[in-house]
Write a new protein. Structure first.
Length: 302
């Protein structure tokens, strides 16, 4: 049971998506002070043996206090026309079946999409696929959470993910009214749609199971001059600490609502702190989010 003692209620971590080399990567970056890791895969498991990986990762984390927050599989499990459909769906099942071996009870990913059809036309497939996966997960004490990244799509067209808008979430949770399905939320994906993240967080916090630590910077002058779909980029994804979000307010809201879980930094998007500055940016984001959480935990006076 996570408690507020030592900030165990809200951990700050990062994504570890290095395929079969993930254990070595976690061992390398663990000394920086990350408290949790989402082990994530792009579209397929890429030959990873999750049972063997769990043993390796658990050995590496033993005695560190850090945990695996979740497994992640990010592909399209809805449309057989997707080139990785079969392997993505298999990956969801394997992550569900093996999450507990990592000490995790959460599997995250894209909800998928019927390719290039309006979001509402994917709901039948969503009900079929995730109705079955939600039951499979519930039988194992596992929750499922959908990241709300648009992956370049919108309401009308796209090839990866329907879980982009609150209106879509309403439909999804009506189609599969299961307590163990929810959201993997981050402010960045609201801001690129000019949605104010904090009111949305307050409304949906009960369905938010995991946070990606990713921010955005909006260049309002560029937006006003060139427009939403103009020739100039007006918004950039950022590592926390370099963007526009008030993470102190976000974490305060989570705590006020009694939320418990992990905020895992999703790096490799920042246009400035990347390449040889990637881990510099991530460690800055780690320490920044820890400060937004209140700084070092202080035991109350006896």
């Amino acid at each position: 049971m996570a408690t507020r003692v030592g900030h165990q209620d809200i951990r700050i971590g990062t994504l570890a998506g290095k395929g079969v080399k993930t254990p070595e990567y976690i061992k390398e970056i663990l000394p920086h002070g990350f408290e949790s890791f989402q082990i994530n895969f792009w579209q397929t498991l890429g030959g990873a043996n999750l049972k063997a990986m769990a043993k390796q990762v658990n050995t590496i984390l033993e005695g560190s206090g850090a945990v695996v927050s979740s497994l992640g599989i990010f592909g399209n499990p809805l449309d057989p026309a997707s080139p990785t459909y079969t392997e993505t769906l298999k990956g969801w099942k394997e992550c569900i079946d093996n999450a507990r071996l990592f000490g995790a009870d959460l599997v995250c990913g894209f909800a998928g999409r019927v390719i290039d059809k309006p979001i509402d036309q994917s709901m039948g497939r969503f009900k079929k696929i995730f109705g079955e996966l939600a039951k499979r997960a519930a039988d194992k004490g596992v929750r499922l959470a959908f990241e709300n990244c648009d992956m370049g799509g919108n309401w009308h067209r796209g090839d990866f993910n329907i879980a982009q808008y609150p209106a879509a979430w309403e439909m999804m949770f009506n189609e599969v009214p299961a307590d163990n399905i929810g959201l993997e939320w981050e402010p960045c994906h609201q801001m690129v749609k000019l949605i104010d993240p904090l009111p949305q967080l307050r409304k949906w916090v009960r369905k938010i199971f995991h946070l990606h630590g990713k921010d955005a910077t909006i260049k309002w002058d560029v937006l006003r001059e060139y427009g939403f779909n103009g020739p100039k980029t007006w918004v950039h994804h950022r590592t926390p600490g370099f963007g526009d979000s008030d993470w102190t307010a976000i974490i305060s809201e989570l705590r006020e609502q009694g939320w418990k879980g992990s905020i895992d930094i999703e790096g490799w998007h920042d246009p400035v702190y990347n390449g040889d500055l990637e881990m510099t940016g991530q460690v800055h984001g780690l320490n920044y989010l820890k400060n937004c959480r209140g700084g070092a935990y202080v035991n109350p006076a006896e």
